[in-house]
Design a protein around this ligand. Structure first.
Ligand SMILES: *Cc1c(COP(=O)(O)O)cnc(C)c1O
Length: 226
C-alpha cells in the first residue's frame, strides 16, 4: 500500500463514518500527522491532496516547513513549551494543544509582536490521567473566560486525546462527553471565541470519534504504515 492508497482508504472510512452519523463528510478535516516521517513523505501526502499537516515537535515542524514548498496548513499538536512558541509563531496555522493559561498568554504575547491573531484549540484531558496534558472538562469554561481577555488569540475549539485502551467502544462516552461540552460552549461565543473545530480521533479510534461528533481527525499510522 502506498501513502496515496492509504489516504484514499482513510478518506473512505471518514466518509462512511460521517454517513453513519448523518453528517456531511466534507465537514470533517483530515490532518495528516507526519511526525517521525521524512520530508518526502510530507510531500507525498500533499500530492495526494491533503492540505493539513500535523507535527508534535517544534523543531521538526520548523525543518519541514522550510523544506516543503507548498502552501499548506501547519498544525501543532504536541506539548508546546512556552519558550518555543516564538519559533513556530510566524507560520503555524492552528495550535491544537494549548494546555495551560500560561501557554495561551505567551502565544498571545508573541502573536501580538508580529501582528498576528493566532488560532488555537484547548486541549482537554477527559480521563483525568495525570500523565496527560490538558484541561479537565470542568476547567474548560472558566479557562475560556480568562482566554477571552487575550487579544491576539482566537479560540476555535477543543482537542482531545483519548485514553489508551484495547476496546475502542469504551472511548465512546468520552467522545460524547466532549461533544456535549463543545455544543454547550457553541452557544456562548465571544469576540475571540468561536467553537468550530472538535479535534478528536486518531488511527485507532477515528471512526468512533466521528460518529460521536468529531469534525477534525489526526491520523498518522494509518497513512504511513506499509
Ligand atoms: C501521533 C499523534 C496522532 C496520530 O496518531 P496515530 O495513532 O499514528 O494516527 C494524533 N494526535 C497526536 C496529538 C499525536 O501525537
Amino acid at each position: 500500500m502506498s501513502i496515496y492508497e492509504n489516504i484514499r482508504s482513510v478518506k473512505h472510512r471518514i466518509e462512511e463514518a460521517a454517513k453513519r452519523s448523518g453528517r456531511n463528510p466534507e465537514e470533517i478535516t483530515l490532518v495528516a500527522v507526519t511526525k517521525n516521517q521524512p520530508v518526502s513523505a510530507v510531500e507525498e501526502v500533499i500530492k495526494a491532496g491533503v492540505r493539513d499537516i500535523g507535527e508534535n515537535r517544534h523543531q521538526e515542524l520548523l525543518t519541514k516547513y522550510k523544506a516543503v514548498d507548498s502552501n499548506v496548513n501547519w498544525h501543532f499538536i504536541g506539548h508546546l513549551q512556552r519558550n518555543k512558541v516564538k519559533y513556530i509563531m510566524p507560520f503555524v496555522y492552528l495550535i491544537q494543544s494549548v494546555d495551560s493559561i500560561a501557554l495561551a498568554k505567551e502565544i498571545s504575547k508573541r502573536a501580538e509582536k508580529i501582528g498576528k491573531v493566532q488560532d488555537i484549540l484547548l486541549e482537554v484531558n477527559v480521563s483525568g490521567e495525570a500523565t496527560k496534558y490538558g484541561f479537565p472538562p470542568k476547567e474548560i469554561a472558566p479557562a475560556i473566560e480568562e482566554l477571552a481577555q487575550l487579544k491576539n488569540i482566537y479560540l476555535k475549539g477543543l482537542m482531545m486525546m483519548a485514553p489508551l485502551t484495547d476496546n475502542i467502544e469504551r472511548l465512546r462516552p468520552y467522545f460524547a462527553e466532549i461533544k456535549r461540552i463543545f455544543d454547550d460552549l457553541y452557544r456562548r461565543q465571544g469576540p475571540n471565541v468561536e467553537m468550530r473545530y472538535l479535534s478528536m480521533g486518531m488511527t485507532g479510534d477515528f471512526e468512533v470519534a466521528i460518529e460521536e461528533g468529531s469534525n477534525m481527525v489526526r491520523i498518522g499510522t494509518a497513512i504511513f504504515r506499509p
